[in-house]
Design a protein around this ligand. Structure first.
Ligand SMILES: NC(=O)C1=CN([C@@H]2O[C@H](COP(=O)(O)OP(=O)(O)OC[C@H]3O[C@@H](n4cnc5c(N)ncnc54)[C@H](O)[C@@H]3O)[C@@H](O)[C@H]2O)C=CC1
Ligand SMILES: O=C(O)C(=O)Cc1ccc(O)cc1
Length: 363
């Protein structure tokens, strides 16, 4: 039985990363989940992962409470029309990274927009497919909802309940405003990441051997599926182009100032770096609150079994909550640096505990 306020039966169309993650999360809340995907292998894997049962061809038990369309942006409208014709559910939502174009297409196709509330969980990964799915993917993340003026209140309530049941925070926003926002915080950064990563295709081995965490951070999302992303970018083309042009101008000015080489030119480059500091500091912290200013405790860790577990245990004994961790690997060496983010007032206590137990904590 589903927990109170959680949709009892849902259909997930598209059992990739996002569809299977939603299915897993909803199974944990007690929902019955029926799955379908045009790719039989994806569907089979999602079922094997425990995300739900395959949706039977025949109508069976009647419409589900909610159908989630977890397909690429260009497939949302046709998938909605087909699902509504089949009467799969009382309420429909999607998860596409772009909102205005699928909504426009759905209206043009004559879909019923009173039972459809467009949605977008702002959580994901650089990997696709059901194997990368995780039930905790949406915890603490925003989930944009873009109901049209004709959306039924019960439909908005059902999709809000889905987002909450997945552990996310629903945020109601107009579709065009959403698309401008994600162009800035997700889509343009994706292209910038790809452009930096593309420079590495011809890189010498020595350069790749010197690669540190910075280039890994900047290029992480460049590992994503290009087929999905070309669909996202073309569906949100104008807002993304606006941001890219502004970034390109900053880059072109920085390049020409660096060529200039004068002290005055360097000051102007520093202006960009300072604006970068200011922009970065505006990104909210891990639970969407104020940006966090954690202290980072670096620990040199030998690459051997159980090391991380012992460090985490030591933090627990010291009564220090670990807010975040990253591991910086030393290429070709059997050690790395674990960077533990903690509250500033707890950093010295953690460092002392770790040093007392024999770890090297520089600084
Ligand atoms: N990848 C990410 O990090 C995020 C993606 N999204 C959005 O979620 C949606 C799905 O993306 P992912 O799960 O990452 O992609 P994915 O490639 O892992 O999964 C998409 C699934 O949809 C299936 N599919 C495609 N067309 C279909 C159709 N017409 N009928 C039935 N199944 C169909 C594919 O076979 C595939 O299994 C996209 O709209 C994307 O914009 C939203 C948030 C994050
Ligand atoms: O991998 C990441 O950090 C992401 O930001 C993933 C992501 C991709 C697409 C979206 O529409 C939302 C989130």
């Amino acid at each position: 039985m589903a927990e109170e306020g959680v949709p009892g039966r849902i259909v997930v169309i598209g059992t990739g990363l996002i569809g299977t993650s939603i299915a897993l999360a909803m199974r944990e809340r007690g929902s019955e989940v029926l799955l379908t995907d045009r790719d039989a292998a994806s569907l089979r894997m999602a079922v094997e992962l425990g995300a739900g049962e395959a949706l039977p061809d025949a109508a069976g038990a009647g419409p589900a409470d909610l159908a989630v369309l977890a397909v690429p942006p260009a497939a949302v409208a046709v998938t909605l029309l087909d699902a509504q014709k089949r009467g799969l559910a009382a309420v429909y939502t999607d998860v596409a990274s772009v909102k205005a174009q699928p909504l426009r297409q759905a209206a043009e196709l004559g879909c019923d927009l009173s039972s459809f509330v467009a949605g977008h969980p702002l959580a994901g990964r650089e990997r696709s497919g059901p194997a990368a799915a995780r039930p905790d993917l949406f915890l603490g993340r925003p989930w944009a909802l873009c109901p049209t003026s004709g959306a039924a209140p019960e439909a908005v309530a059902a999709v809000t309940a889905l987002a909450r049941a997945c552990g996310a925070e629903p945020v109601v926003v107009d579709a065009a405003e959403h698309d401008d926002a994600v162009a800035l915080v997700s889509h343009a950064p994706h292209v910038v990441s790809a452009a930096v990563a593309a420079r590495l295709t011809g890189a010498a081995d020595v350069a790749l051997g010197l690669a540190g965490q910075g280039v890994r951070d900047v290029t992480r999302i460049a590992a994503s599926d290009p087929r999905l992303w070309i669909g996202i970018l073309t569906a949100n083309a104008a807002p993304v182009a606006d941001v890219l042009e502004a970034v390109a101008t900053d880059l072109a000015v920085a390049a020409s100032l660096l060529r200039d080489g004068s002290d005055e030119a360097a000051t102007h480059v520093a202006d960009l770096l300072l604006r970068g500091n200011a922009g970065r500091s505006r990104i909210p912290g891990k639970h969407g609150g104020e940006p966090s200013a954690y202290a980072v405790v670096p620990v040199v860790i030998p690459d051997r079994p159980g090391e991380l577990a012992m460090i985490f245990q030591a933090a627990g004994i010291a009564g220090v909550n670990i807010e975040d961790v990253t591991i910086e690997h030393s290429p070709g060496r059997p050690l790395g640096v674990l960077e533990i983010a903690v509250r500033p007032e707890e950093a010295e206590r953690l460092a002392a505990e770790l040093r007392a137990r024999g770890w090297s904590v520089p600084g």
